[in-house]
Design a protein around this ligand. Structure first.
Ligand code: RP5
Length: 174
C-alpha cells in the first residue's frame, strides 16, 4: 500500500466486508504509484465521521475520493454532498439483487451533486482506481506518461490475443 507519502486519494468503504470486493481500486493506485489512504466509515452507522472526513478532505491534501458501499449505498452521495472534490462511487455487489440495489443508490444522484459511478463488480473497482489516476494525471505529466504507456501495453496485449486466435482458427481449418 502506498501509505507513506501524503495521500492524494481517499478510499472509504461502508464496512470492512467491502474491502475484499473493492481492493482492486487500491491495487490500481499502487500500480501507478499514487499514494492513498483507506478507511471504513458508514453513512448510516457513523454519519458524523463521514461528514467530518469529507469536509476536511480537501484541506488535508486529498484530490479525489473513492467511496464504496453496498445495499442502501448512500456513502458516495453523502461524501459528495460535503466536498467539491471529485467523488467516484463503487457500488458493492450484494447477495440480494446482485448489487443492483447498490448500483442504483450510488448512481442515481440528484442533479447538482455528481458521483462518478463505476460498474458493480468485475472491472468496476479497478476502473475507480484508474479513473482517480486519470483525474490526477491532468496536473501531473509523469502520471500522464505512465497512463499512455499503460494504454499502449493494453493494445499490445489485445493484438497478441487476436494473433493467437487467428492462429488457432487457421489450425482448426486444416
Ligand atoms: C453497507 O452495508 C456496507 O457498505 C456493506 O456493503 C453492507 C453490509 O455491511 P456489513 O453488515 O457487512 O458491515 O453499508
Amino acid at each position: 500500500m502506498s501509505e507513506t507519502a501524503s495521500p492524494l486519494v481517499g478510499i472509504v468503504m461502508g464496512s470492512d466486508s467491502d474491502w475484499p470486493k473493492i481492493k482492486a481500486a487500491a491495487a490500481a493506485l499502487d500500480e501507478f504509484g499514487v499514494p492513498y489512504e483507506a478507511h471504513v466509515m458508514s453513512a448510516h452507522r457513523t454519519p458524523e465521521q463521514v461528514r467530518q472526513y469529507a469536509t476536511m478532505a480537501a484541506a488535508r491534501g486529498l484530490k479525489v475520493l473513492v467511496a464504496a458501499a453496498g445495499g442502501a449505498a448512500h456513502l458516495a452521495g453523502v461524501i459528495a454532498s460535503h466536498t467539491t472534490l471529485p467523488v467516484i462511487g463503487i457500488p458493492v455487489p450484494t447477495e440480494i439483487m446482485g448489487g443492483l440495489d447498490s448500483l442504483l443508490s450510488t448512481v442515481q444522484m440528484p442533479g447538482d451533486v455528481p458521483v462518478a459511478t463505476v460498474g458493480v463488480g468485475g472491472g468496476g473497482p479497478r476502473n475507480a482506481g484508474l479513473l482517480a489516476v486519470q483525474i490526477l494525471a491532468l496536473g501531473n505529466a509523469g502520471l500522464q506518461e505512465k497512463l499512455t504507456t499503460y494504454r499502449h501495453r493494453l493494445a499490445e496485449k489485445v493484438s497478441t490475443k487476436d494473433a493467437a486466435l487467428q492462429a488457432a482458427l487457421r489450425g482448426e481449418k486444416k
